[in-house]
Ligand binder design. Sequence first.
Ligand SMILES: Nc1ncnc2c1ncn2[C@@H]1O[C@H](COP(=O)(O)OP(=O)(O)OP(=O)(O)O)[C@@H](O)[C@H]1O
Ligand SMILES: [Mg+2]
Length: 234
Amino acid sequence: MEDFVQNNKLTILGKLTAGLLHEIRNPLSVIKLNLDYMKMFENELSDEINESISSSIKAFERINFIISDVLDFTRKSSENLKPVSVNEVTHRTIEIINITASKKRINIIKELDESISPILASENKLLQVFINLVNNAIEASNENSNIIIKTKNLNLDNRKKVLWEVQDFGCGIKPEDKEKILNGFFTNKTQGTGIGLTVCKRLLDEINAEFNFESEYGKGSRFYVIFNPMTEIK
Ligand SMILES: Nc1ncnc2c1ncn2[C@@H]1O[C@H](COP(=O)(O)OP(=O)(O)OP(=O)(O)O)[C@@H](O)[C@H]1O
Ligand SMILES: [Mg+2]
């Protein structure tokens, strides 16, 4: 029942977001049309004005890109599933998150097994999951600490699996909070929404990946995902 309520909340949130973004696109395209129109007169306009037109077009393109990305994210998937390298997505995650990590002087250690098989997933959604999890690890860590990201092959009940995990040595999770954090929309951060893990869980459910964590309060946490490699999908 609890699961049903949470999933429902997420579905409603997804629909609201999709609807809202759709509405924003219309007035936005009017702005773009006007900018394109002004650009037709660039020979008659001053350099300063041409520069502000160009930078407004760039800003428009950026907003448009974000909207497409979020809309893609709110759509139900199973479409867009492609062979994806978990290691590759891990590298991209670290590239994106390095600035945040270095601000806290956090060292991200990679222990990636090059022999793992590709998985069937949407690369952007997987990136979103990894970014959320590594971000949480950074937020939980003290300055000058390490975070370890690992991939490896597993053999569970004679079935091959691919493990991805992020381990931090930060604040850990209180025993009484443990069962709440994967049930959705739980946060103990002043700026948090509790949506990070909720989204991770939903996206990983879509590709039948197992998602869980271990944590010791005051010592740190390990969030892990167990994927089905493509070779095991019949
Ligand atoms: N690595 C971690 N160490 C300790 N606590 C964690 C860790 N990851 C998640 N948590 C706990 O789980 C809660 C939910 O995480 P989640 O990512 O869903 O939301 P958030 O990080 O609080 O907010 P948001 O991701 O929306 O900014 C966090 O507020 C925190 O209490
Ligand atoms: Mg988070």
